[in-house]
Design a protein around this ligand. Structure first.
Ligand code: NAD
Length: 344
């Protein structure tokens, strides 16, 4: 059962529950904080095994968004919505319109955008009833290239910190998942002389990276164990877990995936093995930076977005420097930086 204590332990905020019997909407909008601005975060539309699982997902994800925005220095809070996917038939437009009314009722404290299970067409529907939605077809489009750009800058910072190299030229990167972000990341790296090994469960995506970028393909079961400089997870959550950890053969872990560590203790295990870990929410903030610029009153400016995403390098360099100087793990340093900004 989700309790007030659950919210307190995640540093909340508020959680709002919405139901609409006509459309079948069952949604939780979690707002971690609005201290520095609106709580922007995606709407996840997936099947949940229980109400509690949906609640917890919203709370954890909203906290993640708050920390991501804070470390990136964005004038945002952190929020996330989960919408439970109905088991039977449903009218998608009616459901997303009802969700839009829920978002509108929060008066701008929460601003939604795409996430797993939602797309630009859904955001177009939401926009019919609220202006607090980004990522519609009228917006700046697919954020993946910017996320990939930020990850490449973060990899460059990690390579400098761990290997003393000032570029990725000649660096061997193993990429798990060459979908939206993974493909653009592979391209960013290949253009700068990196050697690539890739894996994907989707044969089409895999072939594209091999054909267009000269990457070497390995099986999805083998990618984490490739002997390389950088392992870049760009697919699922928890690629670093009890099973994969002993098999890792990289110097650095830095990729786009959220929730890279299955559990926080795996951060210590990586350090014990001499592997430098680039905290996920700090390195993969390019997409959120893009949305933040789309939302701000001054309007979108591509050059400013580019400069801000490029600064992921400096953010990561600061995390690695502090980590080395105070003897704390990189993900602990990132958390402390986020908390300093949110509560300081
Ligand atoms: P995507 O679905 O486009 O790409 C994921 C790719 O991984 C797909 O090609 C899929 O076939 C592949 N894949 C799935 N399971 C795999 C496995 N076991 N082994 C190898 N490959 C596998 O998703 P995306 O938008 O590229 O996002 C990738 C990751 O980055 C996700 O964890 C996402 O949460 C995170 N992320 C994305 C963005 C963004 O801007 N899209 C921003 C921040 C974080």
């Amino acid at each position: 059962m989700i309790s007030f204590d659950t919210l307190v332990s995640h540093g909340f905020g508020s959680a709002h529950v919405f139901v609409d019997p006509c459309s079948g909407l069952r949604s939780v909008i979690a707002i971690h904080n609005t201290r520095h601005g609106a709580a922007i975060g995606g709407s996840r539309f997936v099947s949940y095994l229980s109400d509690e699982a949906a609640w917890l997902d919203a709370i954890r994800l909203a906290r993640g968004m708050a920390y991501k925005a804070a470390v990136a220095g964005l004038p945002l809070g952190g929020g996330k919505a989960v919408i439970m996917k109905p088991a039977g038939e449903f009218n998608r437009e009616a459901l997303f319109e009802a969700f839009g009314r829920a978002v509108e009722s929060l008066g701008g404290a929460y601003v939604t955008c795409e996430d797993s299970g939602t797309g630009t067409a859904d955001m177009d529907t939401v926009r019919r009833v609220t202006r607090y939605a980004m990522g519609s077809t009228a917006g700046s489009g697919d954020p993946s290239p910017l996320t990939a750009f930020g990850v490449r800058r973060g990899i460059e910072a990690a390579v400098a910190a761990k290997l003393g190299r000032d570029s990725v030229d000649g660096i061997h990167v193993a990429i798990q998942g060459v979908g939206h972000v993974g493909y653009y990341l592979a391209k960013e790296l290949a253009d700068r002389g990196a050697r690539l090994t890739v894996a994907d469960v989707n044969a089409e995506n895999l072939d594209r990276a091999v054909r267009e970028l000269g990457a070497t393909a390995v099986s999805p079961e083998a990618i984490h164990a490739v002997a390389c400089d950088v392992f870049a997870p760009c697919a699922l959550g928890a690629p670093v877990n009890d099973t994969t950890l002993p098999q890792l053969a990289c110097a650095i872990i830095a990729g786009a995936a959220n929730n890279v560590l299955a559990e926080p203790r795996h951060g210590q295990a990586l350090a014990d093995r001499g592997i430098l870990y680039a905290p996920d929410y700090a390195i993969n903030s390019g997409g959120l930076i893009n949305v933040a610029f789309e939302y701000r009153p001054e309007g979108y400016n591509a050059a400013e977005v580019h400069a801000k995403v490029s600064a992921v390098y400096e953010t990561m360099a600061t995390i690695f420097e502090r980590s080395a100087s105070i003897g704390r793990l990189p993900h602990e340093v990132a958390d402390a930086m986020a908390e300093e900004r949110i509560y300081g």
